[in-house]
Design a protein around this ligand. Structure first.
Ligand code: AHR
Length: 496
C-alpha cells in the first residue's frame, strides 16, 4: 500500500463537541431575507420562515447558529429589530452598503432557532456601541420580567426569557473595514469592561473575545495576546476566522487548507497559553472558530461596489467538487483539534457562501459542500481519535510539504462504532491505504465525494449532480482493511 493508518480507540483526543457543527446567519445579502425568511413563499410558515430551508438546516445537522453578524453587527442597533414590524425603521447597513428594513430581528431569529433545533450564539455590537447597549440587549433577552427591558420583551409577545448563553464580544474589530475598528488596546479594554458587566448580570454566560480576522493580519498573534491579557479571567473563548480559495489557481495549496487551519489553531492556542502562563492562571481559553469556509474572495469587488440595495445577491459562491473536499478537510481539522476548539461556525448557512441555496419564490437545494458537513455532523460521535497516516507528502506553494492524506476518526464507546474521515489531497493519483483497526467490526457504510470532473457543481436545475457516492475500493479482513481513495477526494467509512 501507498499509505497506512491506525484506528485505535485508546488514542483519544477529546469527546466530539456538538458545538463544532455550528453555522452562521448574518444580515447580509440573502442570508436572512429570501434565505431562511421569506413571507409569501409557498413553503413559508405563518411567521414567514421557509420550511424547506428549515428542513435542509436540520438535515445538515447544524447544532448552533451565530447571529446577526459578522460585519453587519458592528453598526447594528438591536432595538430596530424588535416590536411591531410596521414601526421598525429602515436603516442603512454600512457594512454591506445595503438597506435593512428590520422585518427580521432578535425575536424572529429565536423563533427560527427553536424550530431549527439550534443553539443561538449572539454577537454584540462593540464597534459603534458599548457596555450599556450590550447590557440592555442581554437584559431584554434574558431577564425574566419586572424591569423596563424585560417587560418590553414581554410586551413584544415573548413571555419567557430567551436564556441565550453564548455571546460574542463584537466582530473582527482588528479589521480596518469594520465599523468602529479598534487597536488591540482599545478593544481589549472595551471587551473586558463589557465582559465584567455581563458576568455581573449572569456569571453563567459564555463569552467570546474577538481574535484576528485572518492569519494574514499584521497583528495576528499580537492582537490575541494583548486582548487576552485584558480579558483572560472574564472570557471563555477567543475567536478565529479563516476563508480559503484556490487563489492564483493554486489548487494543491487549496487542498492543503486544513494544514493552515491547524497551524492557526495551534498558534492561537499557544498564544492563549502564553498569556495564561504570564498571568499565573491555570484556566484554558478555548477557541471559537466562528467563521470558516471556502470563499472565492477574488470574485467580490468590495463594499464600495455596492449601492444600498435591499438583500442583494452577495458572495453567492457556487461550489464544486474540490470545494466540497476542502470543506470536508476543514471539518477533519476541527475534529483533530477537538481538545481545544469548543465552537465552530461555517460561514454562512443560506445563499451567502453557503451550503444551502434558494431562489426567491422558488426551490432550495444543497450545494456540494452540504454533503461533507451533513455526514460529519451525523456520524462523528463519541471520542475523537488521533489518526496520523504514514503517507507521501505533497509540495505546496503556500504551505510547503503537507501529508497527502488528512484524517481523523471517532469512536462511539456506547455502540463500539468507529468512523473514519479521510481526504486524499493528491489530485493526480488514487491512494491505496492499509487501515489497522480493532477486530470484530464490519464496514457498514463507505461513501466518497470525488468526480472525474472536479469542477462539477449543483444548481437549481441539477441539484443532485454532486452527491456522496458509495465507494468501491474497500476490503476488510479481520484487523486490516484496504481502502482505495480516489484523487482529490473526501471519504467516510463507518465500521460497526
Ligand atoms: O461572512 C462574511 C464576512 O466575513 C463577515 O461579515 C465578516 O465577519 C467576515 O469578514
Amino acid at each position: 500500500p501507498a499509505a497506512r493508518l491506525t484506528l485505535d480507540p485508546s488514542f483519544r483526543i477529546a469527546p466530539v463537541e456538538p458545538r463544532l457543527f455550528g453555522s452562521f446567519v448574518e444580515h447580509m445579502g440573502r442570508s436572512v431575507y429570501t434565505g431562511i425568511f421569506e413571507p409569501g413563499h409557498p413553503l413559508a410558515d405563518a411567521e414567514g420562515i421557509r420550511t424547506d430551508v428549515l428542513e435542509l438546516t436540520r438535515e445538515l445537522g447544524v447544532t448552533l447558529v451565530r447571529y446577526p453578524g459578522g460585519n453587519f453587527v458592528s453598526n447594528y442597533h438591536w432595538e430596530d429589530g424588535v416590536g411591531p414590524v410596521e414601526e421598525r425603521p429602515v436603516r442603512l447597513d454600512l457594512a454591506w452598503r445595503s438597506r435593512e428594513d428590520n422585518r427580521f430581528g432578535l425575536n424572529e431569529f429565536m423563533s427560527w432557532a427553536a424550530k431549527a433545533g439550534v443553539e443561538p450564539m449572539m454577537a454584540l455590537n462593540l464597534g459603534t456601541r458599548g457596555v450599556t447597549e450590550a447590557l440592555q440587549l442581554v437584559e431584554y433577552a434574558n431577564y425574566p420580567g419586572g424591569t423596563r427591558l424585560s417587560e418590553l420583551r414581554r410586551a413584544h409577545g415573548v413571555d419567557k426569557p430567551h436564556d441565550i448563553h453564548l455571546w460574542c464580544l463584537g466582530n473582527e474589530l482588528d479589521g480596518p473595514w469594520q465599523m468602529g475598528h479598534k487597536t488591540a488596546g482599545e478593544y481589549g479594554r472595551l471587551a473586558a469592561e463589557t465582559a465584567r458587566a455581563l458576568k455581573r448580570f449572569d456569571p453563567g454566560l459564555s463569552l467570546v473575545a474577538c481574535g484576528s480576522s485572518n492569519s494574514g493580519m499584521p497583528t495576528f498573534g499580537a492582537w490575541e495576546a494583548e486582548v487576552l491579557e485584558a480579558t483572560y479571567d472574564m472570557v471563555d473563548y477567543i475567536s478565529l476566522h479563516a476563508y480559503y480559495d484556490p487563489s492564483d489557481g493554486d489548487v494543491d495549496s487549496f487542498l492543503a487548507s486544513g494544514a493552515d487551519m491547524e497551524h492557526m489553531i495551534r498558534s492561537i492556542a499557544a498564544t492563549a497559553d502564553h498569556v495564561g502562563a504570564k498571568l499565573r492562571d491555570r484556566k484554558k481559553i478555548k477557541l471559537s472558530f466562528d467563521e470558516w469556509n471556502v470563499w472565492y474572495q477574488s470574485r467580490f469587488h468590495g463594499e464600495s461596489s455596492l449601492d444600498w440595495a435591499e438583500h442583494p445577491r452577495l458572495i453567492e459562491d457556487a461550489y464544486d467538487v474540490t470545494d466540497a473536499v476542502v470543506v470536508g478537510s476543514l471539518l477533519i481539522t476541527l475534529l483533530r483539534n477537538a481538545d481545544r476548539v469548543g465552537v465552530a461556525c461555517q460561514a454562512q448557512l443560506a445563499n451567502v457562501i453557503a451550503p444551502i441555496m434558494t431562489e426567491p419564490g422558488g426551490p432550495a437545494w444543497r450545494q456540494t459542500i452540504f454533503h461533507p458537513f451533513a455526514l460529519t455532523a451525523r456520524h462523528a460521535r463519541g471520542e475523537v481519535l488521533r489518526v496520523e497516516p504514514e503517507c507521501a507528502t505533497i509540495d505546496t506553494g503556500r504551505y510547503g510539504e503537507v501529508p497527502a492524506l488528512w484524517s481523523t476518526a471517532t469512536h462511539d464507546e456506547a455502540t463500539g462504532g468507529l468512523t473514519l474521515f479521510v481526504v486524499n489531497r493528491d489530485r493526480h493519483a488514487p491512494c491505496t491505504t492499509e487501515v489497522t483497526l480493532p477486530g470484530g467490526l464490519r464496514a457498514v457504510e463507505h461513501l466518497e465525494i470525488a468526480d472525474a470532473d472536479p469542477s462539477a457543481r449543483n444548481s437549481a436545475g441539477s441539484p443532485d449532480r454532486v452527491v456522496p457516492r458509495p465507494g468501491t475500493g474497500l476490503h476488510l479482513d479481520g484487523c486490516k482493511a484496504t481502502l482505495t481513495l480516489p484523487p482529490a477526494s473526501w471519504t467516510i467509512v463507518r465500521f460497526a
